[in-house]
Design a protein around this ligand. Sequence first.
Ligand SMILES: NC(=O)c1ccc[n+]([C@@H]2O[C@H](COP(=O)([O-])OP(=O)(O)OC[C@H]3O[C@@H](n4cnc5c(N)ncnc54)[C@H](O)[C@@H]3O)[C@@H](O)[C@H]2O)c1
Length: 328
Amino acid sequence: MRILVTGGAGFIGSEFVRSTLGGELPGSAGTRVTVLDRLTYSGNPANLAAVADHPDYRFVHGDIADPVIVDEVTAGQDAIVHFAAETHVDRSIVSAAEFVRTNVLGTQTLLEAADRNGVGRFVHVSTDEVYGSIEHGSWTERSPVAPNMPYAAAKAGADLLALAWHRTRGLDIVVTRCTNNYGHYQYPEKIIPLFVTNLFDGRPVPLYGDGRNSRDWLHVSDHCRAIQLVLRGGRAGEVYHIGGGTELTNRELTGRLLAACGAGWDMVTRVPDRQGHDLRYSLDITKIREELGYEPRVAFEDGLAATVAWYRANRPWWEPLKSALVPS
Ligand SMILES: NC(=O)c1ccc[n+]([C@@H]2O[C@H](COP(=O)([O-])OP(=O)(O)OC[C@H]3O[C@@H](n4cnc5c(N)ncnc54)[C@H](O)[C@@H]3O)[C@@H](O)[C@H]2O)c1
């Protein structure tokens, strides 16, 4: 099988590429992978160093919104797994244009090329944030999208475009929506790597508002295994939820991170809440469990301990990235 992975130099995409070429995902042996990545601030060739010399791997530096390059790289592919996106909510609140350009126009460009080039399957990777916020219970795949953040609105637009391409053109599209990912190689602007790397350096960590915002945590390896199940067995035109089964408020998460780094609450600085901050996200994952046999395997305690250990051991990976961030 030949697959195009967009955004393969980012956090989740690189895990998918490494584990595909490493034969760790069910049915991935013999897969040939082309990565298309623009290498924005969050794309990092170092994330793919482990596979750089693999005979079944090719890297193309380019933009998913560029129809010429997208046409070239989609030709001859059996499938596309589409991760490329602008992903940081806080950046989208300050400046949303790039989110619309990449997440909406870029997805549209890929869909057109997939159709033109007869690509067999298109997995569009999306997020629980498209649903807005839910105080009690969980969303099912039939819940309406109601995004609140520019990032989530752009992802929702892309999801709807993808599903429309299935309806109108019969393209073999599957949309996945997952909860908050964590694990190694996550860009250190996101809460877990930001907090642990601050704490390693004896710097305070910024907790938004009262810390009551609640998220489900999904280890990146569980996410990638679920995407592989969807790539191989998901039904065209369907949405599948992917979750990790550990719901924590940001305050609870902060407590775990402080404990993992041997720090106390005196290291926490309260900062004004994110504008329009969604209180809670929660996905019902019954569908992927029953149809494709997915269960998260990584217990949060183990995944978090391994993640903290990885950041402790890989300072040369994250230190240059952090020095480019505004100090917090
Ligand atoms: N991280 C999470 O917790 C999470 C949760 C739900 C959904 N998702 C989704 O998963 C996908 C991957 O997220 P991530 O956390 O790995 O993101 P990331 O920011 O770490 O990586 C994004 C990658 O996309 C590339 N990219 C950005 N714009 C591009 C463009 N115009 N053309 C080509 N490449 C481009 C970047 O260079 C980078 O390699 C995204 O679609 C995101 O919406 C992530």
